[in-house]
Design a protein around this ligand. Structure first.
Ligand SMILES: [Zn+2]
Length: 679
């Protein structure tokens, strides 16, 4: 257990824009920050960070919450784990109160895997100090020009020749076989169940860090050469696990991400040593796809920090082909792609070791080519006297241009190729249009398939929908994503959600009713939105029917009576250990979403105060109509039951109660109608 004071210390230290900024490139707009959402795929930023409230909110997929919530969501951590994660970031010591056996057992599986990985990383690192490690691994790293500080910083290590060194050490330290196998650090012997051995042995080890800097996997390289006889793999990599998804991992990203954002550019290389040598030289915005072919997920990772990528590969034909393959994937994601080929049989690693920082920088700046010049030059080579090959190449180039979502860019490239290679303008344009049409159709089809997914609920689609007359104050018809699933009583869901929205967005705002209003309570009485709603509920002897909303309401109530400000209350609720409360708060504490749908009405209003005095009472009336409808439904089934069982007295009772409720409902509806008309 983390002591209460430490929890508070961590929550106070965690600045939302800093925490989110570790994962997402944020651009300032006014006092807030915007970026592309890390939780769904998007091209235009709809991810909103509000430092004054300490929260983030995505208008695309409607995820939102506090700094702790962000870490929980992104790193898939529990509440205490996320706190510890933030404590590490802000260098706050967490001295845990004693855990009981139960708590230890309840620790998340993911965290166990992380701990095993970190134990292994530490183990491999310590092996560099053994005689074997010194004479083989350290020797090798030095021969590749790596300094001790680099070896240390990137956590390089040595997996000993013995096939059970790590297994023995991990078991002695109490790590379970299950986790050693799941992380792929160990494997079991064929046919001999129960026995496990190291998967990484007799190799130098490169730990792979997550975006937030924890070791999640390893790449290991053998130093043996073919002459030793047996077939061998040059590299062995961790298999995928709960904590390591190759598709979401790039070697060096944790160390490169800041420079990628600052320089608004990323260099993509092929190998671990390319990354390390470039970083050591001082060019730190460099990452590698580490052995695997580049994936869309990895491109998405880069895009979070910058849209400008330069592919840096060997000038040999394998390197050129790899570069050509990468280009199309980047274009599809609307990124700006350049290519640098390292000359003279060098790779980025060897080249950077032979030159000084300024020489390498000059070389990169002067030799990077626009992707299209690069691709066209490569493909057009030797086609001068081969019209068939030339036609094929033009089609291929047309397909590449068609991938670009931006029409202006497409036509710029068509003109460029016409000028530079005399590729006939019209022919190329026809090819581009045809391919583009097909791409757009495919995309539309894909969109239709996921129509009920997050994209369909984007803010723009909310504005137009007409509202039922009853909801005079026009709140969004659909619950923010995920909330509906929490609504156990759907009849009351929307009305309760609306009241809670008023409380969580404006609870402490005073309502100043004009003196001729039925709600006017005298010059000296200040009634807030929360007071007003609470009194209305209490007069009815009601509370929220939906447990999720009741929990949020109760939590708010406690904080409200403790005297906190609105911003403080919302922040506390977002940091709440009860994730339901935090989630509901994140979804309902912004009234911008709400304002979208009442924009027209708002425009004609004097200010927020008068807007609230008008709409909060209406929300109460709508709530009452929903509640009355529920009661009437209940009487209706009681009536049916009485009729079936022939209980005349019960039938009469149910009937008269139903009549009474119907009259009340009618009165409320009249009032609601009048309220509506008065605006
Ligand atoms: Zn999103």
């Amino acid at each position: 257990m983390i002591p209460r004071e430490t929890v508070q210390q961590i929550l106070d230290a965690a600045r939302i824009e800093e925490v989110v900024g570790d994962y997402v490139t944020l651009k300032r707009r006014g006092s807030d920050w915007w970026g592309c959402c890390p939780f769904h795929n998007e091209k235009t930023p709809s991810f909103h960070v509000v430092p004054s409230k300490g929260i983030y909110y995505c208008f695309g997929c409607h995820k939102g919450g506090s700094a702790v919530g962000f870490i929980m969501e992104y790193e898939h951590l529990s509440w205490p784990e996320a706190l510890k994660h933030l404590a590490r970031k802000y260098k706050i010591d967490v001295v845990e109160e004693e855990e009981d056996a139960d708590q230890i057992a309840r620790r998340q599986r993911g965290e166990s895997l992380m701990l095993v990985s970190e134990f292994a990383a530490d183990f491999f690192r310590r092996q560099l100090r053994t005689d074997e490690g010194k004479s083989i691994a350290v020797e090798y790293f030095h021969s590749r020009g790596l300094e001790d500080s680099t070896i240390e910083k990137y956590g390089l290590g040595w997996a000993p020749v013995s096939r059970h060194a790590l297994t023995d050490a991990a078991k002695a330290a109490g790590y379970k076989d299950e986790y050693l196998l799941e992380t792929g650090l160990c494997a079991s012997y064929d046919g001999e169940s129960g026995k496990i051995h190291d998967r990484f042995y007799d190799r130098v080890v490169f730990p792979i860090h997550s975006v937030s800097g924890r070791v999640v996997a390893f790449g290991a390289r053998t130093l043996r050469s073919k002459e030793d006889g047996k077939p061998y793999a040059k590299y062995v990599n961790s298999k995928e696990s709960e904590i390591y998804v190759k598709n979401r991992s790039l070697y060096g990203l944790y160390f490169a991400k800041k420079a990628m954002g600052d320089k608004d550019k990323c260099y993509l290389v092929e190998g671990y040593l390319d990354v390390l040598s470039m970083h050591q030289l001082g060019i730190t915005n460099v990452v590698a796809s580490s052995g695997t072919a580049l994936t869309e997920g990895q491109i998405g990772l880069i895009k979070r920090f910058t849209r400008n990528v330069t592919i840096m590969y060997d000038g040999d034909s394998a390197g050129i082909h790899a570069a050509l393959r990468g280009i199309d994937m980047f274009l599809r994601e609307d990124m700006n792609v350049r290519v640098v080929l390292i000359p003279d049989g060098d790779d980025p690693d060897s080249y950077s070791r032979k030159h000084t920082l300024s020489e390498v920088e000059d070389f990169l700046a002067s030799s990077e080519q626009d992707f299209m010049s690069f691709k066209a030059a490569q493909l057009m080579q030797g086609t001068e006297n081969d019209p068939i090959r030339r036609a094929e190449v033009i089609n291929e180039i047309g397909d590449t241009i068609a991938l670009m979502p931006d029409a202006v860019k497409r036509s710029t490239y068509i003109n460029f190729l016409n000028d530079r290679y005399s590729i006939h303008h019209d022919a190329l344009e026809r090819k581009v249009s045809a391919t583009r049409r097909k791409i757009v159709e495919d995309e539309a089809r894909a969109r239709r398939r996921e129509k009920d997914g997050p994209e369909a609920a984007a803010p723009s689609s909310r504005e137009a929908a007409p509202r039922p007359a009853e909801a005079a104050y026009q709140s969004p018809e659909r619950a923010p994503q995920g909330l509906e699933s929490l609504e156990e009583n759907p009849v009351m869901g929307k009305a309760e959600r609306d009241l809670l929205n008023f409380i969580l967005a404006n609870g402490t705002t005073p309502l100043k009713f004009p003196s001729d209003s039925e709600f006017y309570s005298g010059e000296d009485t200040v009634q807030t939105v929360f007071d007003f709603i609470t009194q209305a509920l209490e007069a009815d002897e009601r509370t929220f029917e939906n447990p999720a909303y009741k929990a949020a309401y109760d939590a708010y109530s406690e904080e409200y009576y403790a005297g906190y400000t609105q911003a403080q209350i919302v922040k506390h609720l977002l940091d709440s250990e009860d994730r339901t409360v935090a989630y509901v708060t994140a979804q309902l504490s912004e009234d911008e979403r709400y304002e979208l749908s009442v924009k027209n009405l708002r425009d004609s209003m004097m200010n927020k105060g008068s807007w609230l005095t008008s709409y909060v009472p209406k929300a109460i009336l709508v709530y009452q109509t929903c509640r009355l409808q529920c009661l009437i439904d209940a009487q209706m089934s009681a009536l049916r039951q009485a009729q079936e069982s022939g209980d005349a007295q019960a039938e009469l009772d149910a009937m008269s109660e139903m009549m009474r409720l119907r009259n009340v409902l009618k009165a409320v509806k009249v009032k609601l109608g009048r309220e509506k008309d008065s605006n």
